[in-house]
Design a protein around this ligand. Structure first.
Ligand SMILES: Cc1cc2nc3c(=O)[nH]c(=O)nc-3n(C[C@H](O)[C@H](O)[C@H](O)COP(=O)(O)OP(=O)(O)OC[C@H]3O[C@@H](n4cnc5c(N)ncnc54)[C@H](O)[C@@H]3O)c2cc1C
Length: 397
């Protein structure tokens, strides 16, 4: 039995390894000259492999529930054992994030490449799959390569180069329904004038996405100001909701709560009493509370001179901004700046236990190509590894 795996990313490599272990003849087809290219860029070059927290609430898309069931079978504990069996020692850091102990993504790719060679997987680099057909004998890839079964693990559109191929047309040509593709885990574009002078500034905050004053979702964590956007983990987590809301909501805003430790009233009292004791200007006093660039920005948002002392009403306004600073949202940055793709091959067309297509027997899929996307923190790779293992095992049975 010959099994072709299309796409040698996280899901494709684990699928190929699992299938080869079960005794199948496995061909792994990858458009790039080397396998696992995207992995090198993950986790800022450190590869956040997985997350040990409860995955509930960390997955989205039509396959979110099924992904959770599958990840209970292939839990973080089991995946850590899997990595150890492959020869990679991992280390857990804050919030359950797991990285290779070596601290470099290269280690992950090197280990996987070695294991592919040892397992006898026929890796064909520089091989772009342009078309796929099914007949009575199985599948024909690019009109020349025959396979009894196929696993599509071509990933998504996030973070890939302009000329790179994807696999969505392969699903479509086989008649698999698709869910619309949207960038997820991407910076949120805001009115640049609202964050002028803030580029590069990082802060910890409670961040909420508001549609016509209604809180859509909130995240606590780091935000990073860019020239025309807000990124950082908290903003990226909210980004998947933006695209679908821009046409539906009259007003879309980010609400930044910089100092949730105390109430607006308490901050107001604190500012008034400290300004009285110290004679400090607005900006000087704010420098003890927030990043200096934010201390310079907030008085401008309140349309006042930060170099002068303030009256009680002004301190009330500043205290409000510390807890509720609004930035008008324009849109979400595109796939190039995103880390995941929302949407993809409709999960309802696949058996959630085996990841075999219900419409086309012998066709399997795994990873980001399916309509499942995860939160920041290792959840996307965790889904890719686990679903790859499942599809590889089932595809070789
Ligand atoms: C900058 C960045 C950082 C990230 N960091 C993290 C992180 O730290 N932790 C985390 O959990 N997630 C992270 N992610 C998300 C994570 O990388 C993906 O969710 C994961 O790689 C998806 O795995 P996959 O195997 O489904 O797809 P991919 O890893 O994208 O692999 C798909 C493979 O298929 C190949 N391919 C596509 N089409 C074809 C074709 N037609 N013919 C042949 N080959 C084809 C591609 O070249 C690619 O090698 C990050 C993403 C980005 C962009």
């Amino acid at each position: 039995m010959t099994l072709a795996v299309i796409g040698a990313g996280a899901a494709g490599i684990t699928a190929a390894l699992s299938a080869a272990k079960s005794g199948a003849r496995v061909i792994l087809l990858e458009q790039h000259p080397r396998v696992g290219k995207k992995l090198l860029a993950t986790g800022n070059g450190r590869c956040n492999l997985l997350n040990t927290s409860d995955p509930t609430g960390h997955y989205y898309g039509g396959g979110a529930e099924a992904a959770l069931v599958l990840l209970r079978r292939y839990s973080a504990k089991r995946l850590l054992e899997y990595w150890e069996s492959l020869g990679l020692i991992c280390r857990e850091e804050n919030e359950g994030r797991v990285y290779p102990a070596s601290g470099v993504a290269n280690a992950v790719v090197d280990v996987l490449r070695q294991r592919l060679t040892e397992a006898g997987v026929d890796v064909r680099n520089g091989y772009t799959v342009a078309d796929i057909r099914k007949d009575a004998d199985g599948f024909i890839i690019n009109q020349t390569l025959r396979a009894d079964r196929v696993i599509i693990t071509t990933g998504g559109k996030a973070g890939i180069g302009a000329g790179d191929a994807t696999g969505y047309h392969l699903f479509k040509s086989l008649g698999v329904p698709m869910k619309p593709l949207l960038p997820s885990l991407a910076p949120i574009k805001v009115d640049p004038s609202s964050i002028r002078g803030m580029k590069g500034v990082r802060a910890r905050a409670n961040l909420s996405l508001l549609a016509d004053e209604r809180v859509v979702s909130s995240e606590e964590g780091e935000i990073l100001f860019r020239e025309d956007a807000v990124s950082g983990v908290a903003a990226m987590q909210l980004s998947r909701f933006v695209d679908s809301l821009t046409s539906r909501a009259a007003r879309l805003e980010l609400k930044i709560d910089l100092l949730p430790e105390r109430s607006q009233r308490d901050w107001s009292d604190w500012l008034i009493s400290h300004s009285h004791d110290t004679n400090a200007s607005v900006e000087d006093l704010l420098r003890g509370l927030v990043h200096p660039s934010i201390a310079a920005r907030l008085p401008r948002v309140a349309r006042m001179d930060g170099n002068v002392r303030a009256d009680k009403a002004t301190w009330n306004t500043i205290a409000r901004l510390l807890r509720d600073w609004r930035l008008p949202v324009a849109s979400v940055k595109g796939f190039r700046d995103a880390q995941a793709t929302a949407g993809g091959a409709a999960f309802s067309s696949f058996d959630s236990e085996t990841l075999e297509c219900r419409i086309i027997p012998g066709l399997f899929a795994a990873g980001e190509a399916l309509d499942v996307d995860g939160a920041c923190g290792g959840f996307n790779l965790m889904w890719a590894w686990a679903s790859g293992i499942v599809a590889g095992e089932a595809g070789s049975r």
